[in-house]
Design a protein around this ligand. Structure first.
Ligand code: HEM
Length: 499
């Protein structure tokens, strides 16, 4: 009878008619990781898609993984069945060893996640909240344009300062005055050390939780040294700006912010617990780290695309000039009248997606899709990059071609690049508004051209991108110059008016 029961149980786990989706060979212990390179994993996972189909089954060590390379399948599972696909796998390295505790990015699907998600939705998805950030965005655009006039070659740094300043002010009410800002320094150290400590090799601990018990001095324990450095910087990011807000609130000098609003709400309903404080610190630090590099990356891609496609840039400038005129700079209200600009923005998201593999989801229960069995507790990896380059949705996907979206002919990439379902990026609207106002303001005031070598031949920047969680263009050069004296005057006037 025991044998019968066991047989029944195993039959229940994998229904007779359903097998796992096809996938690459799996070795004992390793699963399929021996087939995964350290760099540009999205490309290998996309090759698996070509070979085995839109849904692939693999094993990462002992963890079952479902790789989704097709937008339709991602939509069917992660959107339409999002109740089952919105959990995260248990990560150890980043939340436990690097100190990103209570960060929504790693929270399992449950009460605490829902609370953080609501905070994010209220602050970054409501029209009222988003509209209230416009004045900050306008001011930072004017700072950005003035910086671009004085040091155009440092455009990459200016984009980072732009997105960092906006988020610092929204999250902590702190106004950034220059690139030597103390809080930005803290956040950058936390971000950089997380990337260094979180390389694919050290991620092993996520698959072998037992490794976290290995002492630092033991062979194989080296990852813990890097993790300890990151932990120190991440704690600084959690604590220092938070304490600044608390102190300013006490002295009555705090500007309203994401952090001060959450604290006030808690204060109003009674005592603020230590647990509340931990959650608020984590939410604030997470917004900063999730929102800065991603937005800056999309803007770097915009410049790269425009240097390589001068005729598209002049068409964009023509539309902006026609709608906005030459007497003022573009504003958020102009958006509805700028259809070509809208297509350029869609295409810059798709042409090179900032977060190629998104963040893995996890199944809560087993499921059947297309006759295949999807196990419970499987890591679900949506290959956003593969979807953005899918020839069936976007013919000639490597071309930068804004016209493909005219008359809504092709899928809006915004449905892909920000992820899926209840985990979809809560900062998508804020990022999109920042990108709109930057794209149009740059088009209205600046010319972007290729640099020339000593024999005056134009140099086309290459299409090289960094590999990693966020993938941005490798550093490249271009000429950015003011379009006219009038454009320079408008930038100066806007700077004075928004200060
Ligand atoms: C162009 C800019 C951006 C891109 C491409 C981007 C992309 C993404 C992606 C792909 C995910 C994973 C979604 C999933 O799991 O399915 C994500 C999550 C997230 N993003 Fe963004 N993002 C951007 C900007 C921002 C901004 C500005 C903020 C903050 C205001 C932000 C905050 C977050 C947070 C908190 C999460 C985790 C959500 C959760 O786990 O529930 N992002 N983002």
């Amino acid at each position: 009878t025991l044998v019968t029961l066991l047989l029944q149980a195993s039959r229940r786990k994998v229904p007779k008619c359903a097998s796992f989706p096809p996938g690459p060979t799996r070795l004992p212990l390793l699963g399929s990781v021996h087939l995964l390179p350290q760099q540009f994993q999205e490309r290998t996972l996309a090759e698996w898609g070509t070979k085995y189909g839109g849904i692939v089954y693999a094993k990462l060590f002992r963890t079952p993984a479902i790789v989704i390379n097709s937008y339709k399948i991602a939509h069917d599972l992660m959107e339409k069945r999002s109740g089952n696909y919105s959990d995260r796998p248990r990560f150890i390295l980043i939340p436990e060893l690097l100190g990103w505790k209570n960060s929504i990015v790693h929270l399992r699907y449950g009460e605490q996640f829902r609370m953080h998600r609501k905070w994010m939705q209220d602050a970054f998805r409501s029209k009222e909240a988003l509209d209230s950030y416009r004045s900050i965005q306008r001011r930072e655009v004017s700072v950005f344009l003035a910086n671009l006039l004085s040091t155009p070659e440092a455009f990459m740094t200016h984009f980072t300062q732009f997105s960092a300043s906006i988020i610092m002010e929204i999250v902590y009410g702190h106004r950034v005055l220059n690139d030597k800002d103390k809080f930005i320094g803290i956040a950058e150290r936390a971000g950089e050390s997380t990337v260094t400590a979180g390389s694919p090799a050290t991620m092993l601990v996520d698959f072998f939780p037992i490794m976290k018990l290995i002492p630092e001095w033991c062979p194989g324990g080296g990852f813990k040294t890097k993790a300890a450095v990151a932990h120190k910087y991440v704690s600084e990011l959690y604590e220092v700006p938070y304490r600044m807000v608390r102190e300013k609130m006490k002295s009555g000098t705090a500007r309203p912010s994401f952090t001060s609003n959450l604290l006030e709400r808690r204060d109003r309903v009674g005592k603020l617990t230590l647990e509340d404080e931990e959650n608020i610190k984590a939410a604030a630090a997470t917004v900063y780290s999730a929102g800065t590099e991603t937005t800056a990356t999309a803007m770097m891609t915009f410049i790269l695309a425009m240097v390589r496609h001068p005729s598209i840039y002049s068409k964009l400038q023509d539309e902006v000039d026609r709608v906005v005129g030459l007497e003022r700079l573009p504003d958020f209200e102009d958006r509805a009248a700028l259809p070509y600009t809208e297509c350029v923005i869609k295409e810059l998201y798709r042409w090179h997606v900032p977060v190629p593999l998104g963040i893995p989801h996890n199944t809560l229960k087993s499921d059947i899709y297309g006759g295949y069995h999807i196990p419970e507790n499987a890591m679900v990896i949506a290959n956003i990059w593969a979807m953005s380059q899918d020839e069936d949705i976007y013919p000639n996907p490597t071309d930068f071609n804004p016209e493909r979206y005219m008359d809504n002919a092709e899928e809006d990439p915004k449905n892909i690049v920000f992820g899926f379902g209840r985990r979809q990026c809560p900062g998508n609207e804020l990022a999109d508004r920042s990108i709109f106002i930057l794209v149009t303001s740059i088009a209205a005031t600046m010319n972007i051209t290729k640099v020339k070598d000593t024999s005056r031949a134009e140099i086309t920047p290459s299409l090289d991108f960094t590999s990693g969680f966020v993938s941005r263009p490798e550093a490249f050069s271009c000429e950015i110059t003011a379009r006219s004296d009038k454009a320079v005057r408008l930038i100066r006037q806007m700077k004075v008016a928004t200060e």
